[in-house]
Design a binder for this molecule. Structure first.
Ligand code: SF4
Length: 351
């Protein structure tokens, strides 16, 4: 059995042979670690690496970032999404320089007073930069420990704390190892228990819960495949000003066509609040939103996309090109010079 005294040694041995060579793991510099943790929130690791390297090439130190304005940061953040993260990064850098003499606090509580630093990021910084025995509990870590101990994910905190207290000197490696195992073997979609160094003591595997879960998810997938396509609602903002409409050009990786800015409605959201949120994130402005003047549907693979086109006006702020290649204000006479997907073109004819 792997539990409990062999848990950490077995995990660390596996990590030693399977670790991901990520650039932020080669440093103890709290600034670099903090930048990586903020970037990786809601961003895949493979994508995060490119942005991390680009960001540090432009802002290699805390003081270089603290001297910058959002205008300087935006070009290197563009495309990463969730712009509030970047704005908080900048605010925190300025605070650290003006009020903390350019040094990171070394305790979780003080770190959490800073904009954009929550319990997970604070734990990651003190563990990776200052070698404190703190578990950085993200969804991967919750899942691994929850499955191993057979406890609900909310109950993994005390288990994690006791493992880290016993292995104080290996805090950073333990956190990295748990994250890597959770992303390589113990994922939310599958659990490759036969390859896992913890399988001998894992409740999820040994009690047969994994097989029950695998059978259930196979049934669910089958039902899903035979079910009617899922509907995805999308808000499209036709923002107008002085007889012109704001068009946004998608980046080349997304096809490079022009479109109306906007995005997917989240659970429980109205189209109006979806558009207010999306436009604030994409363009950094507050808009008023009229009820949809056109709703268009099309089906692709197993999804029906329902596009809600709404007239909007900018109430506050100046539009910034955060996620697109460029923005342009276009008069109706020039609409035909901007290639758009056909559903967007139908909206143009109504404007
Ligand atoms: S044995 Fe399976 S369920 Fe348990 S931790 Fe390993 S991969 Fe996850």
């Amino acid at each position: 059995m792997t539990r409990p005294k062999d848990f950490a040694p077995s995990l660390l041995k596996w990590y030693d042979a399977n670790k991901r060579p990520l650039p932020w793991r080669k440093t103890k510099n709290p600034y670099r670690i903090w930048v990586s943790e903020v970037m990786l929130q809601q961003t895949q690791v493979s994508r995060g690496i490119e942005f991390y390297n680009r960001f540090l090439a432009k802002f290699p130190t805390l003081s270089s970032l603290a001297k910058a304005s959002w205008r300087n940061v935006l070009p290197v953040w563009r495309g990463l999404g969730y712009y509030r993260r970047g704005e908080n990064l900048l605010r925190t850098a300025k605070l650290l320089v003006s009020e903390y003499k350019g040094k990171f606090p070394q305790d979780k509580k003080s770190l959490q007073q800073l904009p954009g630093i929550g319990p997970y990021t604070a734990a990651a910084i003190v563990s990776f930069a200052f070698d404190q025995p703190e578990p950085a509990i993200d969804t991967n870590v919750k899942r691994v420990l929850g499955r191993f101990y057979g406890c609900p994910e909310v109950g993994v905190g005390p288990r994690a704390v006791s493992i880290f207290r016993k292995h104080k000197k290996q805090s950073a490696e333990l956190n990295h190892a748990l994250m890597d195992l959770g992303s390589a073997l113990c994922t939310s979609r599958k659990a490759l228990c036969e390859e896992c160094p913890l399988s001998k003591g894992c409740d999820y595997y040994q009690s047969g819960k994994r097989d029950v879960w695998a059978a259930q998810s196979a049934r669910k997938t089958k039902r899903k495949r035979s079910a009617a396509p899922s509907i995805v609602d999308v808000g499209c903002a036709c923002i107008h000003r002085e007889g012109k409409y704001l068009f946004a050009k998608r980046i080349a990786a997304k096809g490079g066509k022009w479109e109306f800015p906007g995005g997917k409605r989240e659970k429980g959201e109205s189209i109006r609040s979806c558009l207010k949120r999306e436009i604030q994130e994409e363009l950094g402005v507050e808009v008023s939103v009229r009820p949809p003047f056109l709703v268009e549907e099309f089906t692709e693979k197993n999804f029906t996309w329902r596009l809600h086109f709404c007239r909007c006006r900018i109430l506050r702020g100046r539009e910034q090109c955060r996620e697109h290649e460029k923005l342009e204000w276009v008069t109706p006479d020039d609409f035909s010079n901007y290639p758009m997907p056909k559903e967007n073109r139908r909206a143009l004819s109504k404007l």
